[in-house]
Ligand binder design. Sequence first.
Ligand code: ADP
Ligand code: MG
Length: 363
Amino acid sequence: MTNADLFDRIKIIESSHPDNLMARHFDPGYFQTLSAPVQTRLRKIIASGVENPDSSMGAYAMDPADYDTFAPLLDPMIRDFHRINGAIKQPHDWNTSAHSCDLGAIDPRLKDVSMRGRVARNVASFPLPGAMTKQHRIDFETRAAAAFSQLAQNPDFGGQYLSITPGSPNEIDATEYNKRVAAHQMFKDMSNDRYLNVAGISADWPHGRGMYVSDKQDFLVWVGEEDHLRIMAMQTGGNLNALFDRLHAGLTILENLLPPFAMSDKYGAIASCPSNLGAGMRASLHMKLPDATKGGTDIANLTAHAKTLGLAVRGAGGEHSDAGSDGLVDISPSARLGVSEMEIMRRLYDGAAALWALETKTT
Ligand code: ADP
Ligand code: MG
C-alpha cells in the first residue's frame, strides 16, 4: 500500500469508526517526517487498526522504546484512552489495609463472585510479542519455566507449569488445554484472533505458550499471550483485599526470579497494547446481572451505563464474547494508567455497588 493509499484508508476509518483511536490521532504530516525504515516500523504498529477498523485502540507496540520513538502518535492515543490531560505519572500503591473492599458488605449475595486481578508485564530484554521470532518465544518460555520451577518450591505458591509448545517437557494435551480454557484459567487459541494476527502477536502459535498454575488454582501466570506475562490472582469470594494481597505477593516473588521488567516512570508497566500501560492491571468481577442484561441477551445498555462509571463490560468468555444466558458479565475499571493498584480496587468495588443497585433497582 502506498503512503497515499494508507492515508486515505485511515481517513475513511476515522469517519466510519470514530472510536478507532489510531485513526482519530493519526497525522499524515507526522508520518511523512519519518525516514522510510521508521515508517515501516510505524506501519507494523498500526497495522491491526488499519486492517480492523472496529479496533478500539488500533495500535500495538513492538518494542518498549516505541512509546518514546512514536510518542507523537501514541501519546495522544494514550491520553485519549486513559482520559489524561495533564502530566502523566504512574503511582504504585498496594497497601490494601487503607480500604476495606468486601463485596459481601454491598449485599450478602455478592459474597461468592468470581474475582480476578491480573497485571501485564514484559521483560526488557526481549522484543514485545508482536516482534518476537519463534526462537525468541521459545527462549522466553524456557527462561520463564526456570523461574516457575523456583516458584514451585515456595509453599504458598507451589504449582506446575503447563506448556502447549509441541514437544515441551511440560506439554499438556488438547483435552487438558480445553479444560483449562473452559475453567477461565488458560487463554484462548490466539490463532483465531484477527486483531492479534495482524499485529504478529499470535504468530508461531502455539510455540512458546503456556501457563503456571498454583496448586490452590488461585495464582496463574500466562506466558506468550498479548504480553510476555500476564500475572493473576483468581478467587471465588467477595474479599477484594485478599485477592489483591495474593496478586501482589506472587508478583513480588516472580519479579525477583525473572529478568527486569520493562517499566517507565511516565507510562508505568510497558505493555503491547497502550490500553494496558500503567498499573498494567485489569481487575474484574464475573457478576450475574440478568435484569440489567435482559437475561444476557443485551449488554449494550449495561455497557453504556457502566461506561459512565468508568467501567468496561465484557462477556463471560472474556474480550469480544457475549454475556452468559444467566446474565453473567465481566466488569472491570477501564483506567489503568495514572491510577494506582489500590485506586483500581476501589473503583471496582464502587462500580460493583453501582451496577448491583441498577440490577436490584435500589437506586
Ligand atoms: P484479560 O485481557 O484481562 O487477560 P480476557 O478478557 O482476555 O482478560 O479474559 C481472559 C479470561 O479470563 C477469560 O476466560 C475470561 O472469562 C476470564 N476472566 C476474566 N475475569 C474473570 C473473573 N472475574 N472470573 C473468572 N474468569 C474471568
Ligand atoms: Mg485479553
